[in-house]
Design a protein around this ligand. Structure first.
Ligand code: HEC
Ligand code: HEC
Length: 246
């Protein structure tokens, strides 16, 4: 009796929601307006991870992908509660299509890229596979988070792609001393910075003459002119292959 009831309810539902193909064009429009801000225009990554990957960590199948879009991943990824079920399905179909675009072929040489990484002082600012130090973001799993295009741009023009959470701050004390670093924490009365040597500075705001934060400023040098374009490609190939777990 129970089983029969369940089956008939399902049957009614199935006829109520006429199944139809998801609309990719509408999904792309929704993606551009609701998601690109964090995931990049073509899903190449930004504040949120790149979505141009065949396998997404949080979305093993279509249903899980729709769940992620609808409910988000607290605390950083907001749920798209404003979208209807149909719009969520269209957006999901578009996200899925991003993953089936073949990855951009990398023309660089990975082992040359690894040597360039060592020779250019990257380890002075980044941790990578447990080695290195400093205040840059960890690069251990960067290849599974960022597309090759994003990595290339991050090397050429670091200020254009500062990841969330990295705010470069200049603090000038009343006695005229200047400390520059990445903001680690800030509240009403104090601010904590980590400087280029990896040292922490905790300062009382009462002791500061000026506290200047800049989103568009970064201590990372641009490598577009320091390296040849072939070298840049080697470095991109090396970074794209870094897929370890941080
Ligand atoms: C405010 C920024 C922001 C917006 C807007 C945003 N996301 Fe995200 N998204 C993130 C962040 C950050 C993560 C990584 C969360 C984590 O892993 O903890 C993420 C993760 C995801 C994931 C999981 C990736 C994986 O590897 O499993 C998918 C899929 C996704 N977002 C799709 C979307 C879609 C589609 C939209 C638009 C409807 C959207 N996001 C809007 C920030 C955002
Ligand atoms: C003086 C310190 C410094 C040096 C040297 C440096 N970086 Fe960075 N790097 C940073 C900081 C800080 C950020 C975060 C702000 C930004 O994006 O500019 C960053 C960001 C990045 C990003 C983007 C990460 C993301 O998730 O968006 C990549 C990739 C990167 N660096 C690679 C490199 C490589 C490769 C080298 C060596 C060729 C290098 N960096 C040298 C400080 C540095």
């Amino acid at each position: 009796m129970w089983r029969w009831l369940a089956v008939s309810v399902l049957a009614v539902n199935a006829t109520a929601q006429v199944p139809s193909e998801p609309d990719l064009a509408s999904g792309q429009k929704l993606f551009t307006s609701q998601c690109a801000l964090c995931h990049g225009v073509a899903g190449g990554g930004g504040r949120g991870p790149s979505l141009t990957r065949a396998k997404l960590n949080h979305a093993a199948d279509d249903a899980a992908l729709r769940e992620v879009i609808k409910n988000g991943i607290p605390p950083e990824m907001p749920g798209a509660w404003q979208l209807s079920a149909r719009e969520v399905a269209n957006t999901a179909a578009y996200v899925k299509s991003l993953g089936s675009v073949p990855a951009e072929p990398l023309i660089g040489d990975v082992s040359r890229g690894a040597r360039l990484y060592e020779a250019n002082g990257c380890s002075g600012c980044h941790i990578n596979g447990g080695r290195g130090e400093g205040f840059g973001p960890e690069l251990t799993g960067i290849g599974s988070k960022r597309s090759a295009a994003y990595l290339r741009e991050a090397l050429r023009n670091p200020a254009a792609s500062t990841p969330d959470g990295f705010v470069y701050v200049t603090a000038t004390t009343n006695s005229g001393e200047t400390v520059r670093g990445i903001r680690v924490n800030e509240d009403t009365f104090t601010v904590q910075l980590k400087d280029a040597q990896g040292r922490f500075h905790s300062m009382s705001k009462a002791d500061l003459k000026e506290l200047r934060a800049s989103r568009k400023e970064t201590p990372m040098p641009g490598y577009g002119t320091r390296l040849s374009s072939a070298e840049l490609e080697d470095l991109v190939a090396y970074l794209a292959g870094l897929r370890g777990k941080a």
